[in-house]
Design a binder for this molecule. Structure first.
Ligand code: ZN
Length: 299
């Protein structure tokens, strides 16, 4: 383990890396700002420190314990690992003298039903419910995506290409998400911190789609009910026939019948083929009934 090349070869360099947890980057060229001008004060939250602060520093970036970097407007999971909540970071505050982290202002979000075609839940912010969280409360960063399908986002050639740290006049495509930019969906397919992300399924409504086994079971049940209905209908038809002995007999649908009419041979052949394949739940089992009448001159 003391061999650096061996650690690199085994992709184990992270073992001896120093933790960057709690490291932050202050907002450039801002300096200390009065407490009453912060979003925390706007939300009616008092300073959590024993000694009231007149000024605070704001951060543009903070590294969590697991290495995730969060920033204002980004989304995080917080609370218990088994029962996490999702919120949007609004502000990260630091003590102006001790340089210690005061807390993060987070807007809680409600996860609503899944949105097609993404099958991700809508992440709706709850108004006037901000809370000031400590560093330990934040579990990880979570990714969200814009609901582009519903709002018809299209790519535009508006982004300037940066080459060698210089902005060029060349343009490349980008999505601006200008319509309802706050309509966000929680990306449940996120691989990083997936154990926490998957715990968020508990707050989602029951999915409408079924598993494969459930679909097969429902299809078999549908088929049984269909067969029962058909057999009852046939039973009723045959009972009516017995009650009317003089009535003309109906053609047997399973046998071809032939009749000579005006020198023509007509054959009426009703083929009934019933599919034995597994049907989709809720759908009527496929019964393909074809009436093929063929008339040919019998010279
Ligand atoms: Zn969009």
């Amino acid at each position: 383990m003391n061999d650096r090349e061996f650690r690199e070869f085994m992709c184990m360099t992270a073992l001896d890396e120093q933790s960057k947890a709690g490291q932050y980057i202050l907002v450039a060229k801002e300096g200390a700002i009065p407490w009453n001008t912060t979003k925390c004060a706007e939300a009616g939250i008092d300073c959590p420190l024993a000694s009231e602060l007149d000024t605070v520093l704001r951060c543009q970036d903070l590294t969590l314990a697991n290495g995730d970097r969060i920033a204002p407007s980004k989304y995080v999971a917080y609370g218990e690992k088994d029962l996490p909540k999702v919120g949007q970071v609004q502000e990260i505050l630091v003590h102006p003298t001790h340089k210690s982290l005061i807390g993060m202002l987070v807007v809680p979000c409600v996860l609503e039903s899944e949105i097609e075609p993404y099958r991700f839940p809508r992440c709706r912010r709850v108004a006037n419910a901000q809370c000031l969280l400590s560093f330990e409360d934040i579990l990880c960063a979570v990714s969200t995506i814009h609901n582009c399908a519903e709002h018809g986002c299209v790519s535009t050639m508006t982004r300037n290409v940066i080459q060698e740290r210089q902005i060029t006049i060349n343009r490349e495509s980008e999505y601006l998400h200008s319509v309802e930019p706050e309509d966000r969906l929680l990306n449940l397919a996120q691989l990083r911190s997936s154990s926490i992300i998957q715990s968020l399924h508990h707050v989602l409504p029951e999915p409408e789609h079924q598993t494969c086994q459930e679909m097969i079971k429902a299809a078999v049940q549908n088929r049984k009910e269909w067969d029962l209905t058909q057999s009852k209908a046939k039973g009723n038809t045959s009972a009516k026939k017995r009650k009317q002995p003089n009535a003309p007999s109906a053609p047997n649908p399973h046998q071809a019948t032939r009749a000579r009419t005006n020198g023509q041979l007509c054959s009426s052949h009703i083929e009934e083929t019933t599919s034995t394949a597994v049907s989709v739940p809720g759908a009527i089992p496929s019964a393909d009934v074809r009436d093929t009448s063929q008339c040919a001159n019998n010279a």
